[in-house]
Design a protein around this ligand. Structure first.
Ligand code: UD1
Length: 339
């Protein structure tokens, strides 16, 4: 498919992988990012991956005039919206900042899109919008709810988009509910790069592997799961990125709006992940069993059937690939922020 696409948050972890995937699929892509949580060298690295110059608009989604200027600079056929705050713990401490960036930012973006006559939107949502459940795999029709302000902002984002499209039939949207992204690009030029101590499992294990953190805290080993540790649906970020291409392809074809899970339908435990990472980096990784983390569920994985039927999406890369590419990315000295 061809078309000119704006990627907000395109310099971030999932955004940069989606840039590479869209570019490879034949789209012309431009990045809008305020670089508040992205490395400044990501555009250069994307140029190395794609072999083409990368256009970047340094702009905040909370700046309506800046957004209007970006839309005036080019005619976009669609937008993939990643730009958002995403740390669950932080969202509990500064809820209004999360609501402002994630919800007001979305409204600003959609107003700028409407003014420019651009009505195709792919939205980065999260499986965190599902109400806590003991029924897996989780289908898209499952009850919704939220347990953090971050989750609330994703749920509100979905509702803002749905309500807008109900009121104005020109809109077509793809809402993508991600399970747990992991891994890095095979080039080892882009990957997840938290500037702080990570909250999520995979980046935390990666920092234990590089020696930046001394050991992994395994949050609970007495869950009703095969080995007692929490089970999640880890999806390779390169697969996840391809899900965005397929969602956008569907909108470009004129298909209906859709809401789909992007996961594998396969659950892995904390210990499965740790062991796979040990194999990838070739050394034992220290860990200690710690108390359960508040709010965690024993098991959480998605039903991937709808994404397959509607978009032809199926995750192809497994646990080994997630760990190997993550290790290749974090162990490359030139990728270190320090140097
Ligand atoms: C978390 C968020 C979720 C968000 C998602 C984004 C919480 C309660 N949930 O989900 O809202 O959408 O990240 O990717 O924060 N674990 C350890 N040690 C660690 C870190 C994690 O044992 O240092 C375990 C957890 O208990 C869990 C698994 O690893 O069983 C995965 O944790 P994590 O990567 O934080 O993802 P989620 O809990 O699925």
């Amino acid at each position: 498919m061809t078309g000119r696409i704006l990627l907000t948050g395109g310099a971030g972890y999932i955004g940069s992988h989606t840039y590479a995937a869209l570019s490879e699929a034949g789209y012309e892509v431009e990045i809008l990012d305020n670089f508040s949580n992205a490395r400044l060298d990501v555009p250069d690295r994307l140029e190395m991956i794609t072999g083409r110059p990368v256009t970047v608009h340094r702009c905040d989604v909370l700046d309506p005039e800046g957004l209007a200027r970006v839309f005036a600079s080019n005619r976009f056929d669609g937008v993939v919206h990643f730009a958002a705050k995403k740390a669950v713990g932080e969202s509990q401490k500064i809820p209004l900042d999360y609501i402002e960036t994630n919800c007001t930012g979305l409204v600003n973006l959609m107003k700028a899109m409407r003014a420019a006559g651009c009505f195709r939107l792919v939205f980065s949502s999260s499986a965190t919008v599902y109400a806590p459940t003991l029924d897996w795999p989780i289908p898209e029709e499952a009850a919704l709810g939220y347990a953090s302000t971050y989750a609330l902002t994703k749920l509100m984002g979905e509702q803002i988009i749905r309500a807008t499209a109900e009121g104005d039939p020109r809109w077509r949207f793809g809402i993508l509910r991600y399970f747990n992204p992991a891994g890095a690009h095979p080039s080892a030029l882009i990957g997840e790069d938290p500037s702080d101590i990570p909250n999520n499992l995979m980046p935390y294990i990666a920092k234990v592997a590089t020696g930046e953190l001394p050991y992994l805290n395994v949050f609970g080993d007495d869950y009703p799961t095969p080995d007692g540790t929490g089970v999640r649906d880890y999806i390779h970020v390169v697969d996840l990125a391809r899900g965005h291409v397929l969602s956008l392809d569907a909108l470009m074809r004129g298909d209906e709006s859709h809401i789909v899970n992007l996961g594998t339908g396969q659950g892995y435990s904390v210990m499965d992940m740790l062991k796979a990472y040990e194999r990838a980096c070739g050394k034992p990784l220290p860990h200690r069993v710690a108390p359960r983390r508040e709010g965690d569920l024993a098991c959480y994985y998605g039903d991937p059937a709808k994404a397959k039927t509607l978009l032809g999406f199926q995750a192809e890369r497994g646990l080994e690939d997630m760990c190997q590419t993550s290790w290749a990315w974090v162990s490359r000295a030139s990728n270190s922020r320090q140097g």
